[in-house]
Design a protein around this ligand. Structure first.
Ligand code: ZN
Length: 409
C-alpha cells in the first residue's frame, strides 16, 4: 500500500468532520459536540472493517481498539490521539487544500490570509513536498487529526501484514481534549498498556516528555455594600480588594512574560461587584514543589489583602488540575528509551521539548503510566494559519511502526 496516499486520504477525510469541542457544554454533555460522535463512530467502524474485532466505542465517547499479539510476548503499548479541535477559532466546515508540490513561496490561503515563509521558517524544509492548508476560514485540525491518521495507517499496516511480529497494541481515540476535561471519563479498566504514546505533537522530530504541573485557584472577596452617599467608614469594596490583589502579582511571572522552563501566575477570569468578587487564577510550574509554593504565595497575599480591609472576608480554594508527566517517565524509563531506540534506528534527529500546557497523557501519567508525546506533523495549532506536512506525518507514521517493532524484539 502507498502509505503517503493512505495518510493523506485519511487525514483530509477526518478534517471534514465538525469536531470543535465546547467547554461550556461540559460536564452535562459529553462528548461536548455531536460532530465528535460522528468521527468516533466512523473510526470505530473503520477499525472493525480493518479486522480489529475487539473495538469498543463506549457511552462516554472513547474508542479503544485492541490488536492482539502475534508471536511476541512483549507488553501491551497504546497509541492515543484526540478527535476534537480547538474552539480558539472556527474549526467546523473545514476545506482542506492539498498542495501537491510546494514551491517554497508564500501561500495565499484565502479570506485575506497569507501563510508567509518569513513567519513560518519550517515551510522551507518542505519545498517540493505535499502540504495541507485551509482556505483561511477555519483551522485545519491537524491537531489532532494528523495523529488520528498516523495511528490508523499503522493499524492498517499491522492488519494487512501478519508477518510483522508485534505485542498487543491498543489504539485509543478521545473526545474533548482541548477543554482539559476530556479525560474525566477515561475508561481506565480498558487500558492494558504499560505505556501510552500520544500522537499530539507538532513539528517534525519533536517529542515532549514533560508538561506543566497545573493548579486552579479560586478566591472570593466579600466586601460590605453601602449607599454610595453614606459609604464613608462603612463600605468595603470587593472590587478594590480584588484589584489590589491582581496588581500585587509579579508581572515578570505571567504567561506573557515567560517561556521555556519558567512558570507563572495568570489571573484568568473575574466577575462581581462592590459586594463580592470571584477571581479565578491559573498557576503553572514544571516543579511540583514550585507549584505548591505558588499556591502558598497566593494564599498569604489574599490573607494580607483581607487584613488591609477590615470587615471583609476572603474565601480561598485551590485544586491541582494535572501534573508533570515526567515523573512517570522517571519511574518507568523504558517506554521513552524504546521511543529513542526506534528513532535512532530510523536515524531521526529527535528533539526533546517541554509542553507549556498539558496533554491527555498527563492525566494518565498521574497514575504512573508513561505517556511521551510524539509529533504528528501539523504547525500553527489553534489558528486559521494551521498547516500540515504530509512528509512530517509520514515520519511520525514510520516512528510509530518502529516503536511497535522495537517492543516486539
Ligand atoms: Zn492536541
Amino acid at each position: 500500500m502507498d502509505t503517503r496516499k493512505d495518510l493523506l486520504e485519511r487525514f483530509v477525510r477526518y478534517t471534514k468532520y465538525d469536531t470543535m469541542s465546547d467547554e461550556t457544554r461540559l460536564p452535562a454533555k459529553h462528548p461536548s459536540t455531536d460532530g465528535q460522535w460522528d468521527l468516533l463512530r466512523a473510526l470505530r467502524d473503520e477499525l472493525l472493517a480493518m479486522g480489529v474485532k475487539d473495538t469498543v466505542l463506549d457511552e462516554n465517547g472513547f474508542v479503544v481498539g485492541n490488536i492482539p499479539a502475534n508471536g511476541s510476548d512483549a507488553p501491551s503499548v497504546a497509541f492515543m490521539a484526540h478527535v476534537d479541535t480547538s474552539s480558539a477559532c472556527n474549526g467546523n466546515n473545514v476545506h482542506a487544500r492539498v498542495i501537491g508540490s510546494y514551491d517554497g513561496n508564500d501561500i495565499v490561503l484565502g479570506n485575506d490570509l497569507v501563510l508567509k515563509t518569513a513567519e513560518n521558517p519550517d515551510l522551507e524544509k518542505y519545498r517540493g513536498t505535499t502540504l495541507i492548508v485551509t482556505d483561511g476560514t477555519s483551522l485545519l485540525g491537524a491537531d489532532d487529526k494528523a495523529g488520528v491518521a498516523v495511528i490508523m495507517s499503522n493499524v492498517r499496516v499491522l492488519m494487512e501484514n501478519p508477518s510483522i511480529k508485534h505485542g498487543p497494541v491498543q489504539v485509543i481515540f478521545t473526545p474533548d481534549e482541548e477543554t482539559g476535561m476530556g479525560m474525566d471519563h477515561f475508561p481506565m479498566d480498558r487500558l492494558k498498556s504499560r505505556a501510552v504514546y500520544t500522537l499530539d505533537g507538532s513539528a517534525c522530530y519533536r517529542i515532549e516528555t514533560e508538561c506543566f504541573n497545573a493548579a486552579t485557584v479560586n478566591i472570593g472577596f466579600t466586601g460590605v455594600s453601602a449607599h454610595l452617599g453614606a459609604a464613608r467608614g462603612r463600605m468595603v469594596n470587593a472590587l478594590t480588594m480584588a484589584s489590589a490583589f491582581v496588581s500585587s502579582l509579579p508581572q515578570s511571572e505571567s504567561p506573557e512574560a515567560t517561556d521555556g522552563r519558567l512558570g507563572y501566575y495568570c489571573p484568568y477570569s473575574i466577575e462581581g461587584s462592590v459586594e463580592s468578587v470571584r477571581l479565578k487564577l491559573m498557576l503553572r510550574d514544571f516543579d511540583f514543589d514550585g507549584l505548591q509554593r505558588r499556591i502558598d504565595v497566593l494564599k498569604t497575599l489574599s490573607n494580607t489583602i483581607g487584613e488591609l480591609y477590615p470587615g471583609s472576608r476572603i474565601d480561598f480554594s485551590s485544586s491541582i488540575s494535572y501534573r508533570n508527566m515526567q515523573q512517570a517517565n522517571d519511574a518507568d524509563p523504558v517506554p521513552l528509551e524504546m521511543l529513542m531506540k526506534a528513532a535512532g534506528e530510523l536515524e531521526m534527529p529527535i528533539q526533546v521539548g517541554l509542553i507549556r500546557g498539558g496533554t491527555d497523557g498527563a492525566r494518565l501519567a498521574e497514575r504512573g503510566i508513561p505517556c511521551p508525546n510524539i509529533f504528528a506533523g501539523g504547525y500553527n495549532f489553534h489558528s486559521l494559519n494551521e498547516w500540515a506536512s504530509l512528509e512530517a506525518m509520514h515520519e511520525a507514521f514510520r516512528l510509530v511502526g518502529q516503536i511497535i517493532r522495537c517492543w516486539a524484539e
